[in-house]
Design a protein around this ligand. Structure first.
Ligand SMILES: C[S@@+](CC[C@H](N)C(=O)[O-])C[C@H]1O[C@@H](n2cnc3c(N)ncnc32)[C@H](O)[C@@H]1O
Length: 275
Protein backbone atom coordinates (compact mmCIF):
# COMPACT_ATOMS: atom_id res chain seq x y z
CA UNK A 1 0.00 0.00 0.00
CA UNK A 2 1.38 3.42 -0.96
CA UNK A 3 2.10 5.74 1.97
CA UNK A 4 1.16 9.41 2.24
CA UNK A 5 4.12 11.84 2.75
CA UNK A 6 3.99 14.27 5.71
CA UNK A 7 2.39 17.60 4.72
CA UNK A 8 5.72 19.47 5.03
CA UNK A 9 7.52 16.86 2.89
CA UNK A 10 4.72 16.89 0.33
CA UNK A 11 4.69 20.69 -0.09
CA UNK A 12 8.51 20.73 -0.28
CA UNK A 13 8.56 17.79 -2.67
CA UNK A 14 6.24 16.55 -5.37
CA UNK A 15 3.13 18.65 -4.54
CA UNK A 16 5.15 21.87 -4.29
CA UNK A 17 6.94 21.21 -7.60
CA UNK A 18 3.64 20.40 -9.34
CA UNK A 19 2.06 23.66 -8.10
CA UNK A 20 5.10 25.57 -9.37
CA UNK A 21 4.99 23.87 -12.79
CA UNK A 22 1.23 24.41 -13.14
CA UNK A 23 1.19 27.92 -11.62
CA UNK A 24 -0.20 29.87 -14.63
CA UNK A 25 -3.02 27.36 -15.12
CA UNK A 26 -3.84 27.21 -11.37
CA UNK A 27 -3.86 31.00 -10.99
CA UNK A 28 -6.12 31.28 -14.05
CA UNK A 29 -8.44 28.59 -12.75
CA UNK A 30 -8.71 30.19 -9.29
CA UNK A 31 -8.96 33.78 -10.58
CA UNK A 32 -12.64 34.17 -9.52
CA UNK A 33 -11.58 33.33 -5.96
CA UNK A 34 -8.69 35.78 -6.07
CA UNK A 35 -11.17 38.45 -7.17
CA UNK A 36 -13.38 37.69 -4.14
CA UNK A 37 -10.39 38.10 -1.80
CA UNK A 38 -9.21 41.28 -3.51
CA UNK A 39 -12.67 42.86 -3.13
CA UNK A 40 -12.34 42.22 0.63
CA UNK A 41 -8.79 43.62 0.62
CA UNK A 42 -9.91 46.82 -1.13
CA UNK A 43 -12.77 47.28 1.36
CA UNK A 44 -10.48 46.81 4.35
CA UNK A 45 -7.51 48.68 2.82
CA UNK A 46 -4.90 47.33 5.28
CA UNK A 47 -1.41 48.73 5.82
CA UNK A 48 0.10 45.34 6.70
CA UNK A 49 -1.34 42.29 4.95
CA UNK A 50 -0.33 38.66 5.43
CA UNK A 51 -1.25 35.95 2.89
CA UNK A 52 -1.08 32.58 4.65
CA UNK A 53 -0.01 29.50 2.73
CA UNK A 54 0.51 31.86 -0.21
CA UNK A 55 2.05 29.20 -2.46
CA UNK A 56 3.51 30.73 -5.61
CA UNK A 57 2.22 34.15 -4.54
CA UNK A 58 -0.68 34.84 -6.94
CA UNK A 59 -2.99 36.29 -4.27
CA UNK A 60 -0.21 38.18 -2.43
CA UNK A 61 0.87 39.85 -5.67
CA UNK A 62 -2.75 40.68 -6.54
CA UNK A 63 -3.20 42.27 -3.08
CA UNK A 64 0.01 44.29 -3.52
CA UNK A 65 -1.22 45.54 -6.91
CA UNK A 66 -4.62 46.46 -5.44
CA UNK A 67 -3.20 48.30 -2.42
CA UNK A 68 -0.30 50.11 -4.09
CA UNK A 69 2.72 51.51 -2.31
CA UNK A 70 0.91 52.46 0.89
CA UNK A 71 0.74 48.86 2.09
CA UNK A 72 3.18 46.09 2.98
CA UNK A 73 2.08 42.70 1.70
CA UNK A 74 3.80 39.54 2.85
CA UNK A 75 3.21 35.94 1.80
CA UNK A 76 4.18 33.09 4.12
CA UNK A 77 4.45 29.51 2.96
CA UNK A 78 6.02 26.31 4.23
CA UNK A 79 7.14 25.19 0.76
CA UNK A 80 10.61 26.23 -0.42
CA UNK A 81 9.95 25.66 -4.15
CA UNK A 82 6.66 27.56 -4.03
CA UNK A 83 8.14 30.46 -2.01
CA UNK A 84 11.10 30.67 -4.41
CA UNK A 85 8.67 30.86 -7.34
CA UNK A 86 6.74 33.64 -5.55
CA UNK A 87 9.96 35.61 -4.91
CA UNK A 88 10.89 35.30 -8.57
CA UNK A 89 7.42 36.46 -9.69
CA UNK A 90 7.64 39.51 -7.37
CA UNK A 91 11.09 40.34 -8.78
CA UNK A 92 9.98 40.03 -12.39
CA UNK A 93 6.87 42.20 -11.95
CA UNK A 94 8.68 44.75 -9.73
CA UNK A 95 6.30 44.09 -6.82
CA UNK A 96 7.07 45.24 -3.29
CA UNK A 97 5.42 42.05 -1.91
CA UNK A 98 7.78 39.99 0.31
CA UNK A 99 7.77 36.24 0.75
CA UNK A 100 8.96 34.13 3.67
CA UNK A 101 9.32 30.36 3.74
CA UNK A 102 8.19 29.14 7.16
CA UNK A 103 5.43 27.40 9.11
CA UNK A 104 2.48 29.68 9.97
CA UNK A 105 1.97 27.64 13.13
CA UNK A 106 5.36 28.52 14.63
CA UNK A 107 6.70 31.56 12.76
CA UNK A 108 7.55 34.36 15.21
CA UNK A 109 5.68 37.41 13.89
CA UNK A 110 6.14 40.91 15.26
CA UNK A 111 3.33 41.12 17.85
CA UNK A 112 0.27 43.18 16.89
CA UNK A 113 1.76 44.06 13.52
CA UNK A 114 -0.75 42.83 10.90
CA UNK A 115 -4.15 44.30 10.13
CA UNK A 116 -5.43 41.85 7.53
CA UNK A 117 -4.89 38.13 6.94
CA UNK A 118 -5.99 36.47 3.72
CA UNK A 119 -5.71 32.96 2.31
CA UNK A 120 -6.83 31.08 -0.76
CA UNK A 121 -6.78 27.41 0.28
CA UNK A 122 -3.66 27.85 2.46
CA UNK A 123 -5.06 27.26 5.96
CA UNK A 124 -6.57 23.74 5.84
CA UNK A 125 -3.24 21.94 6.09
CA UNK A 126 -2.10 23.05 9.58
CA UNK A 127 -1.25 20.06 11.76
CA UNK A 128 -2.53 22.02 14.79
CA UNK A 129 -5.01 24.59 13.52
CA UNK A 130 -5.81 26.12 16.94
CA UNK A 131 -2.07 26.66 17.59
CA UNK A 132 -1.75 28.28 14.17
CA UNK A 133 -4.78 30.54 14.63
CA UNK A 134 -3.52 31.59 18.10
CA UNK A 135 -0.14 32.41 16.54
CA UNK A 136 -1.84 34.56 13.88
CA UNK A 137 -3.97 36.21 16.57
CA UNK A 138 -0.80 37.29 18.44
CA UNK A 139 0.44 38.88 15.22
CA UNK A 140 -2.87 40.72 14.74
CA UNK A 141 -3.50 44.37 15.53
CA UNK A 142 -6.48 44.98 17.74
CA UNK A 143 -8.69 45.92 14.78
CA UNK A 144 -7.37 43.18 12.46
CA UNK A 145 -9.59 40.98 10.33
CA UNK A 146 -9.15 37.77 8.41
CA UNK A 147 -10.71 36.48 5.21
CA UNK A 148 -9.96 32.90 4.15
CA UNK A 149 -11.33 30.70 1.37
CA UNK A 150 -11.49 26.95 2.04
CA UNK A 151 -13.19 23.99 0.35
CA UNK A 152 -16.52 22.65 1.50
CA UNK A 153 -16.84 18.84 1.54
CA UNK A 154 -15.62 16.33 -1.04
CA UNK A 155 -19.31 15.39 -1.60
CA UNK A 156 -20.07 18.99 -2.60
CA UNK A 157 -16.98 19.06 -4.84
CA UNK A 158 -17.33 15.89 -6.94
CA UNK A 159 -15.05 17.36 -9.63
CA UNK A 160 -12.17 17.40 -7.15
CA UNK A 161 -12.29 13.66 -6.49
CA UNK A 162 -13.08 12.55 -10.07
CA UNK A 163 -9.55 11.31 -10.80
CA UNK A 164 -9.09 9.36 -7.58
CA UNK A 165 -12.48 7.63 -7.83
CA UNK A 166 -11.44 6.12 -11.17
CA UNK A 167 -7.73 5.67 -10.37
CA UNK A 168 -8.41 3.66 -7.20
CA UNK A 169 -9.41 0.76 -9.46
CA UNK A 170 -6.15 0.81 -11.44
CA UNK A 171 -3.37 2.02 -9.08
CA UNK A 172 -2.44 1.73 -5.43
CA UNK A 173 -3.98 4.86 -3.94
CA UNK A 174 -3.99 5.66 -0.21
CA UNK A 175 -7.47 6.69 0.97
CA UNK A 176 -7.87 10.31 2.04
CA UNK A 177 -7.69 10.58 5.83
CA UNK A 178 -9.87 12.88 7.94
CA UNK A 179 -8.09 15.86 9.50
CA UNK A 180 -5.72 18.39 7.93
CA UNK A 181 -5.88 18.45 4.14
CA UNK A 182 -7.86 19.82 1.23
CA UNK A 183 -11.24 19.18 2.89
CA UNK A 184 -10.02 19.77 6.46
CA UNK A 185 -12.33 22.79 6.92
CA UNK A 186 -15.41 21.22 5.33
CA UNK A 187 -17.26 21.17 8.68
CA UNK A 188 -17.95 24.87 9.26
CA UNK A 189 -18.87 24.40 12.92
CA UNK A 190 -15.52 22.75 13.59
CA UNK A 191 -13.69 25.51 11.70
CA UNK A 192 -15.60 28.14 13.64
CA UNK A 193 -14.71 26.57 16.98
CA UNK A 194 -11.03 26.23 16.00
CA UNK A 195 -10.89 29.94 15.15
CA UNK A 196 -12.64 30.91 18.39
CA UNK A 197 -10.29 28.64 20.39
CA UNK A 198 -7.40 30.43 18.66
CA UNK A 199 -8.68 33.77 20.01
CA UNK A 200 -10.64 35.10 17.00
CA UNK A 201 -14.03 36.77 17.43
CA UNK A 202 -17.09 37.48 15.25
CA UNK A 203 -16.44 34.36 13.16
CA UNK A 204 -18.69 34.37 10.10
CA UNK A 205 -18.63 31.45 7.64
CA UNK A 206 -20.72 31.61 4.45
CA UNK A 207 -20.97 29.31 1.41
CA UNK A 208 -19.25 30.62 -1.69
CA UNK A 209 -19.86 28.95 -5.07
CA UNK A 210 -17.87 30.02 -8.11
CA UNK A 211 -17.31 28.59 -11.56
CA UNK A 212 -13.65 27.78 -12.19
CA UNK A 213 -12.33 27.09 -15.68
CA UNK A 214 -9.12 26.19 -17.47
CA UNK A 215 -8.09 25.02 -20.97
CA UNK A 216 -8.92 21.40 -21.82
CA UNK A 217 -5.34 21.05 -23.10
CA UNK A 218 -4.16 21.21 -19.46
CA UNK A 219 -6.59 18.57 -18.14
CA UNK A 220 -4.30 15.52 -18.26
CA UNK A 221 -1.41 17.31 -16.53
CA UNK A 222 -3.94 18.62 -14.00
CA UNK A 223 -5.13 15.19 -12.88
CA UNK A 224 -1.83 13.32 -13.28
CA UNK A 225 0.25 15.87 -11.33
CA UNK A 226 -2.04 17.13 -8.54
CA UNK A 227 -3.92 15.59 -5.63
CA UNK A 228 -3.64 11.97 -4.44
CA UNK A 229 -3.38 10.67 -8.02
CA UNK A 230 -0.49 13.05 -8.72
CA UNK A 231 1.33 11.82 -5.61
CA UNK A 232 0.72 8.16 -6.52
CA UNK A 233 1.98 8.69 -10.09
CA UNK A 234 5.11 10.69 -9.25
CA UNK A 235 7.46 7.73 -9.90
CA UNK A 236 5.37 6.19 -12.71
CA UNK A 237 6.99 5.41 -16.06
CA UNK A 238 5.61 6.88 -19.29
CA UNK A 239 3.60 3.75 -20.17
CA UNK A 240 1.88 3.58 -16.76
CA UNK A 241 1.20 7.31 -16.85
CA UNK A 242 -0.37 7.05 -20.31
CA UNK A 243 -2.57 4.07 -19.41
CA UNK A 244 -3.78 5.59 -16.12
CA UNK A 245 -4.47 8.91 -17.87
CA UNK A 246 -6.48 7.10 -20.56
CA UNK A 247 -8.51 5.29 -17.89
CA UNK A 248 -9.28 8.49 -15.97
CA UNK A 249 -9.87 11.03 -18.78
CA UNK A 250 -13.46 9.94 -19.79
CA UNK A 251 -14.67 10.55 -16.23
CA UNK A 252 -14.02 14.27 -16.78
CA UNK A 253 -16.26 14.42 -19.88
CA UNK A 254 -19.17 16.06 -18.00
CA UNK A 255 -16.86 18.98 -17.15
CA UNK A 256 -15.47 19.51 -20.66
CA UNK A 257 -17.23 22.18 -22.74
CA UNK A 258 -15.46 22.62 -26.08
CA UNK A 259 -11.89 23.62 -25.35
CA UNK A 260 -12.59 24.48 -21.71
CA UNK A 261 -12.97 22.52 -18.47
CA UNK A 262 -15.51 24.06 -16.09
CA UNK A 263 -16.66 23.06 -12.62
CA UNK A 264 -18.30 24.52 -9.55
CA UNK A 265 -15.92 25.22 -6.67
CA UNK A 266 -18.00 24.78 -3.51
CA UNK A 267 -16.14 26.81 -0.91
CA UNK A 268 -16.54 28.61 2.38
CA UNK A 269 -15.63 32.24 2.82
CA UNK A 270 -14.47 32.58 6.39
CA UNK A 271 -14.28 35.95 8.10
CA UNK A 272 -13.29 36.83 11.65
CA UNK A 273 -12.04 39.77 13.66
CA UNK A 274 -9.43 40.14 16.36
CA UNK A 275 -11.74 42.23 18.58
C1 LIG B 1 -3.50 24.35 -1.85
S1 LIG B 1 -2.01 25.25 -1.75
C2 LIG B 1 -2.60 26.91 -2.00
C3 LIG B 1 -1.51 27.87 -2.41
C4 LIG B 1 -1.97 29.30 -2.71
N1 LIG B 1 -2.64 29.90 -1.59
C5 LIG B 1 -2.83 29.35 -3.95
O1 LIG B 1 -4.06 29.50 -3.83
O2 LIG B 1 -2.28 29.21 -5.06
C6 LIG B 1 -1.73 25.21 0.02
C7 LIG B 1 -0.50 25.96 0.45
O3 LIG B 1 -0.42 25.97 1.88
C8 LIG B 1 0.94 25.85 2.25
N2 LIG B 1 1.02 25.39 3.65
C9 LIG B 1 0.59 24.20 4.14
N3 LIG B 1 0.83 24.14 5.47
C10 LIG B 1 1.40 25.32 5.82
C11 LIG B 1 1.87 25.85 7.06
N4 LIG B 1 1.79 25.15 8.19
N5 LIG B 1 2.41 27.11 7.06
C12 LIG B 1 2.51 27.80 5.89
N6 LIG B 1 2.07 27.35 4.69
C13 LIG B 1 1.52 26.13 4.66
C14 LIG B 1 1.50 24.85 1.23
O4 LIG B 1 2.88 24.87 1.13
C15 LIG B 1 0.79 25.32 -0.04
O5 LIG B 1 1.53 26.29 -0.73
Amino acid sequence: MATTPSPIDAWNGHSGRSWVDLQPMLDGMFLPLTEVLIREVRTRSPHQLLDIGCGTGGTTLAAARALGNGAECMGLDISRPMTDAAIERARSEGSTARFVCDNAQTYVFAPESIDMFISRFGVMFFEQPVVAFANLRRAARNDASLCFIAWRSAEENPYMTTAERVAAAVIDLPARQPGPGQFGFADWEHTSSMLRDGGWLHVDIQPLDVTCAFPESALVSYFTRLGPVGVALQQADEATLASVAAAIRPAFDPYVHGDEVRYNAACWIIRARAS
